[in-house]
Design a protein around this ligand. Structure first.
Ligand code: CTP
Ligand code: MG
Length: 227
C-alpha cells in the first residue's frame, strides 16, 4: 500500500535545551533528522516526503539531505508556530487522495513492519494510529492532590505515525481551523468529526526524543538494533 508522509520538523527543541533544533543532534554520528528520513527514503511504499521546516533551518537541512544521499524527493514547507500549523502547511500542498502518514521527525525508531500494519488498517478504517498500552498506574491530579485513579487497562500512550485517508485529514484540519481547535495529535482532529480511529499496537522503543536523557535511551536502542 503506497502512502505519502508529512514529517513535522519545525520545532525549536526547547525541552532538549541544546540551543538549536534537537533534530540536528547526532546519534552514532548521524543527525536525528537523517535517521528518521532514511526510514521513509528506504521504504519503496513511500511516494513522497514533505518536511515542515523552520526557515532558519532550511539550508542546514538541505545540506544534510545531500550529504547523506537521501535519494527520494523531499519537499519542504515552512513550519508554523505550533506543530498542528506545521502539519497543516504541509497537508495543504497535497491535492490527490490516498493515504497520508504524519510522523514526528523526532521519532527515528519507527519500523517498516508497523508502517505496513498502519497503512493496511487505514485502507479499511480511514484512520489508524500507533501506540502502546500504558505501563504505569495513572492518576488524575489537581492542584497537587490525586482526584482519581484512572483504570489503566483502557489507557494507551500514543505515538506517531498516525495514518489517514487524505480527504478525511483535510476535512479534520478544515474543521479544526474553523473551530480554532488545537490538538496534541492529528487523530484528535479526526475524532472531532465523529470518525472512528483504529489503534495499532507498536513498540515501546518508538520513543520521541524530547529531553536530554532521551539521547541516552536512543543510543541504547541503536546499539541493541546493531547487534
Ligand atoms: N514541530 C513542528 N512545528 C512546531 C513544533 C514542533 O514541526 N511548531 C515538530 C518537531 O520538530 C518535532 C515534532 O513536531 O519533530 C514533535 O514536537 P516536539 O517533540 O514537541 O518538538 P519541539 O517542539 O522541537 O520540542 P519542544 O516542545 O521541547 O520545544
Ligand atoms: Mg513542541
Amino acid at each position: 500500500m503506497t502512502y505519502k508522509v508529512i514529517l513535522p520538523a519545525a520545532g525549536s527543541g526547547k525541552r532538549m535545551g541544546a540551543g538549536k533544533n534537537k533534530l540536528l543532534l547526532e546519534l552514532e554520528g548521524v543527525p536525528i533528522l537523517i535517521h528518521t528520513l532514511k526510514v521513509f527514503a528506504d521504504d519503496e511504499d513511500c511516494e513522497t516526503i514533505i518536511l515542515a521546516v523552520n526557515p532558519q533551518d532550511e539550508k542546514e537541512f538541505t545540506d544534510l539531505i545531500n550529504k547523506h544521499h537521501i535519494e527520494k524527493s523531499v519537499s519542504m514547507v515552512p513550519g508554523g508556530s505550533e506543530r498542528q500549523h506545521s502539519i497543516y502547511n504541509a497537508l495543504k500542498t497535497i491535492k490527490t487522495d490516498g493515504i497520508i502518514l504524519v510522523h514526528d521527525a523526532a521519532r527515528p525508531f519507527i519500523k517498516k513492519e508497523h508502517i505496513l500494519r498502519l497503512t493496511g488498517v487505514t485502507e479499511e478504517a480511514g484512520a489508524a494510529i500507533i501506540g502502546v498500552p500504558a505501563k504505569d498506574t495513572m492518576k488524575k491530579v489537581m492542584g497537587g492532590t490525586v482526584t482519581e485513579t484512572v483504570e489503566r487497562s483502557s489507557l494507551w500512550a500514543v505515538h506517531t505515525p498516525q495514518a489517514f485517508r487524505i480527504s478525511l485529514l483535510h476535512e479534520a484540519y478544515e474543521k479544526a481551523e474553523i473551530d480554532s481547535f488545537l490538538g496534541t495529535d492529528d487523530a484528535s482532529l479526526v475524532e472531532r468529526l465523529g470518525h472512528p480511529v483504529a489503534m495499532v499496537e507498536g513498540d515501546y522503543d518508538n520513543i520521541k526524543i524530547t529531553t536530554p536523557e532521551d539521547l541516552f535511551f536512543a543510543e541504547a536502542i541503536l546499539k541493541k538494533r546493531n547487534i
